[in-house]
Ligand binder design. Structure first.
Ligand code: GLY
Length: 367
């Protein structure tokens, strides 16, 4: 089977439009039995921007008012976050780049710009100068989370790069760049795999621990974390021009590619036992986006070729393109030790859409 990006883009478009018409302004996280759930009552959840981001990507490909109306409605719903301090965490990039960032880029809506300014100021405020890292999560006031940073945060940094460029203020870029350099030092291992979580001493900045996160165990290689690192280091290179960050992205990518099975279907953790059948299509889709960018930057064809092989494997065996059902990728995994596996996850579908539209030269760069 050949990868036909144009045909796939059309299939995704038709399916997303049908989902929008069925689901109104639900904020989906997962589809069960082909029906989207709705996270509106969990409005601070980290994935709440992905469906709107996917709709904006498709709107940029071919405008349909239903796509924009739903994306705008979700963006407005997210405003509640700004009054819920305990729900504002490091995932502001995921939440607002894909909603307000997309809206501003595609329509020039100034209310979206305002949201981006609020979100970027909050994100920058999570920076700990002692360890030069952005704190991931909140706690109930006991400080138990004050030293935790996670690899996923690399994907949130473009919100800070946006703020520096658009507010003509270097502080935001300095924070993002410092965090990316800390990730290089404290998360990236010599073999090119990455830690998911690193615990810093919030007073001295010393690295205390690298516990297991969503992978199989401490020291393992959680596949989605690896894809966050590939794309995240690449994005920080794009925004800073720091060659060390490009080298880090390549190292992460080389590790990812070296561990792929012949099927190109990505396991949940690259170090899971051979008998484990857990997969994570969302890691494959996000890595494909990062590899496409890496190939564009470096001119190295092997990254584009790996991205296309990953996407082809998904399209051959792991895509539900039936427009009467919600959710596309069928084999996503949130965390290795979760009880539920092999289901759709909205961020997997977002990155699949971004990758396919990029191959059609029809994506909007939202990072
Ligand atoms: N950012 C959390 C995850 O990748 O599951």
């Amino acid at each position: 089977m050949e990868l036909n990006a144009k045909k796939t883009a059309e299939a995704i478009y038709e399916k997303a439009l049908a989902s929008v018409k069925r689901n109104g302004d639900k904020i989906p996280y997962i589809a069960e039995n082909g029906v989207f759930d709705d996270r509106t009552d969990d409005i601070c959840w980290w994935t709440n921007g992905f469906w709107a981001g996917m709709l904006w990507q498709l709107w940029g490909y071919r405008a349909d008012p239903a796509l924009m109306e739903t994306a705008r409605s979700i963006e407005r719903k997210l405003d509640k976050n700004f009054l819920m301090a305990s729900g504002m965490d490091h995932d502001s990039g995921f939440k607002w780049l894909l909603t307000s960032g997309a809206s501003l880029r595609l329509t020039g809506d100034l209310s979206s710009r305002n949201r981006l300014i609020l979100a970027s100021a909050d994100l920058a405020g999570r920076f700990n100068p002692n360890g030069r890292f952005i704190r991931a999560w909140n706690d109930s006031g006991d400080g138990s989370m004050s030293g935790l940073a996670i690899i996923d945060c690399l994907m949130n940094l473009p919100l800070l790069y946006w703020a520096s460029e658009n507010l003509h203020d270097p502080r935001f870029r300095a924070v993002a760049h410092a965090h990316a350099k800390t990730a290089l030092r404290a998360f990236l291992r010599p073999d090119g795999s990455v830690n998911h979580i690193v615990v810093f001493d919030p007073e001295t900045g010393a690295v205390l621990d690298a516990p297991g996160g969503q992978g199989i165990s401490p020291g393992s290689a959680w596949a989605r974390g690896q894809s966050w690192a590939i794309y995240g280091f690449t994005l920080s290179y794009i925004h800073t021009g720091d060659a060390e960050l490009l080298a880090a992205a390549k190292k992460c990518a080389d590790y990812f590619i070296s561990k792929l099975p012949p099927s190109f279907l990505v396991p949940s953790d690259f170090l899971q036992p051979p008998e484990s059948e857990l997969e994570d299509d969302s890691a494959a889709a996000c890595a494909a986006c990062g590899l496409i960018e890496l190939s564009r930057i470096t001119g190295e064809e092997r990254y584009l070729s790996a991205a296309k092989r990953l996407l082809l494997a998904l399209l051959e065996d792991r895509c539900d393109m039936d427009p009467s059902r919600d959710g596309i990728l069928t084999h996503c995994t949130v965390a290795y030790h979760d009880r539920r596996h092999n289901h759709n996850l909205i961020y997997g579908d977002y990155f699949l859409t971004e990758a396919i539209l990029t191959l059609c030269n029809a994506s909007t760069f939202l990072w």
